[in-house]
Ligand binder design. Structure first.
Ligand SMILES: NC(=O)c1ccc[n+]([C@@H]2O[C@H](COP(=O)([O-])OP(=O)(O)OC[C@H]3O[C@@H](n4cnc5c(N)ncnc54)[C@H](O)[C@@H]3O)[C@@H](O)[C@H]2O)c1
Length: 312
């Protein structure tokens, strides 16, 4: 049993959708002072300890790790899919340059690293169901950075022994922090708009079906992977498929309407439709199940109940 004080954790991009929930959970597990939240944005309402830290600032990163005796880094700093297609250079700088800085510093200080990948690593040839070993042919800049990030993490593990681990998250659903800049954001926005205004316009077609997961499950998967013994992990260690659930926009709308018959929903696809059409509709996560015991808990119905309650 590891004593909480043995874990000294740095979370980059901590103000984002995942960081907000992950920092809370890590602090419950390891103690408030053992988890340093950081972001390029100001502290906002994130409880201390908090550092203003840009992952592109190599020196700042080294200082943070050394001053706080960091043993583990959760690197959540990133530019997501929809933002990434609008500013591909920034997307590449942060998602790959930032990751490289984190890996280099981890090599020097012996830190374990978690850095998320995404279903965006897959291209249209992965449809309908992407397997773990399906070839990665992303058509977006964001997907390219995630594919190259997985390769970089594996290389740092194989060549320098940096214990880097990652998950190909599907679209993540939470009522605590609204997502911004992602292609699966509609599956969260719909709940907040229906509860506040009674109507919502999806920015994708009704038959758009994508893999999704409740944030609670995503955090559980993350911690399960990070606690797994190193010897149980294979060459997929930097990008495991994990399955939560899958549904089309119309199936989501139906599930909401069954509970709120007055809800009005329309479909007006925008530029994000093209990104959604390039991603798989579902995932095969056999390797995560076999190697570190992954199993999701939510399905469409239990997710809809939880999200409607969360936004009520
Ligand atoms: N949310 C999802 O549905 C989803 C799905 C698949 C993968 N992911 C991955 O999970 C990770 C976290 O995603 P998220 O949803 O929390 O994203 P987010 O956009 O909500 O948060 C990212 C955070 O990174 C910060 N950031 C941006 N540039 C930075 C820099 N240079 N230095 C430090 N911080 C910086 C931002 O201020 C923001 O707080 C990303 O790697 C993302 O690609 C997320």
């Amino acid at each position: 049993m590891v004593e909480p004080s043995d874990h000294r954790i740095l979370v980059t991009g901590a103000r984002g959708q995942i960081g907000s929930d992950l920092v809370t959970r890590l602090r419950e597990l390891y103690g408030q002072d053992s988890v340093i939240a950081s972001d390029v944005q100001g502290q906002g309402d994130v409880p201390s300890p908090f550092l203003h830290l840009d992952v592109l600032d190599q020196l700042g990163l080294h200082q943070a790790i050394s001053e706080h005796s960091i043993t583990t880094i959760y690197n959540l700093a990133a530019i997501l899919s929809a933002h990434g297609e609008k500013d591909p250079d920034l997307c590449e700088r942060v998602n790959l340059g930032g990751l490289q800085n984190v890996l280099d510093a981890s090599r020097e200080y012996g830190c374990r690293v978690f850095s998320p990948s995404s279903i965006a690593v897959f291209g249209p040839d992965s449809r309908p169901v992407a397997k773990q070993e399906t070839p990665l042919n992303p058509t977006t800049k964001y997907g390219f950075t995630k594919k190259e990030g997985e390769k970089m993490m594996l290389k740092y593990w194989e060549d320098y022994g940096v214990d880097a681990r990652g998950i190909r998250y599907p679209g993540l659903l939470s009522w605590k922090t609204l997502p911004t800049g992602g292609t699966t954001d509609f599956a969260v926005e719909v709940f907040s708009k229906i509860q506040a205004e009674g109507e919502y316009t999806f920015f994708v077609r009704e038959d758009t079906k994508l893999p999704m997961m409740m944030m609670e499950d995503a955090i559980r998967a993350t911690l399960l992977l990070m606690e797994a013994p190193g010897h149980s992990l294979s060459r997929w260690r930097s990008g495991y498929n994990v399955r939560g659930m899958t549904f089309s926009a119309a199936e989501l709308a139906d599930a909401i309407k069954r509970r709120i018959p007055s809800a009005e929903m329309r479909y007006v696809p925008d530029s994000r439709q093209k990104i959604a059409d390039s991603w798989p509709q579902d995932l095969d996560d056999s390797f995560a199940r076999l190697e570190w015991g992954w199993k999701s808990t939510y399905d469409l119905e239990s997710m809809v109940v939880a999200m409607l309650e969360g936004f009520a």
